[in-house]
Design a protein around this ligand. Sequence first.
Ligand code: PMP
Length: 361
Amino acid sequence: MTLSDRMSRFLRADVQGMHGYAVQPSAGFVKVDTMENPFRLPAPLRQALGERLAEVALNRYPAERGDVLRAELAKHARMPEGCDIMLGNGSDELISLLTLAADVPGNVVMAPLPGFVMYEMSAKLQGLRFVGVPLTPDFELDGPAMLAAVREHQPALLYIAYPNNPTANLWDDDVIDAIIEAAPGLVVIDEAYQPFAARDSLDRLRRHEHVVLMRTMSKFGLAGVRIGYMMGRQPLIAEIDKLRPPFNVSVLNCEAALFALEHVDEYAKQAATIRAEREKLHGEIAKLPGVRAFPSEANMILARVPDAKRVFEGMRARGVLIKNVSGLHPLLANCIRITIGTPEENPQTLAALRGALEELT
Ligand code: PMP
């Protein structure tokens, strides 16, 4: 029997037909494609972290350090009374666990589109129906369309990214609140980009039993460490937590995250620099002829250019790797997404964009 015969025996046909999550090769580029924090810790802190990790008991399962991290994250995030917090190997894992929890035949997962691709991918993988509700052409929430879709499809799980990826904006709070009021199931507010936004949804978590708040340490500065967390009412988190693979977050991840929380001022400084750099870069991109830069409350800028494919290639030829998001949704036609880099990288990004645009004419 060939390997292909064996694969068709055990593998789902829809998996064979799908594409995995795409990661672009990036070695040697100014890497501004995936909303990472471009800064590392200063060398003395890296040294201290190394010494700290050397003390970690790798022979033990990570339960105890996980509990310590949960308690520290709860303090850091000012978790409200009556809530609990669970950890994921990145918020990607939490999205998978939420979908697994909602895996009842007929259940619908809903999110505005364009949005973070994993909401849809994870729902489809689990065999759940995904309903995407288009944003307006300016990437605002379409309130009436969202409310109508909620009434019609009664979603078990509804995602609101605050701010949204790849559009980078925060949506109208009154519209979000009306959607939460109307939602019959769980509303997940995904605050991956919270370190760069002017507002958060902690108060929504306080006010609504059916809201959970999902955050990640990735954009904060620990994308390589893989720590996502989710806060919600105790009984709700207890149920979802039953689906978590035991020991999903390693002791090294936990210790590195604990170290980062002890140096939160350093990360806050980095986030402040990124926000200031965003304003500068946004101002410059917005001045370029033929380009529209959309408002950003995150560490990325979405921009519409005359020809996204050629601009992407022109920038790559100049050593700058961005993301061409045009193919993700019709509303994103000719849109590119640029992550905010360091003060040294951002002028290079801008120069590469200018050069790529000049080549079009
Ligand atoms: N939510 C949103 C909105 C994102 O954009 C991302 C990553 N780009 C994630 C969640 C996942 O982040 P992580 O798995 O690194 O925590």
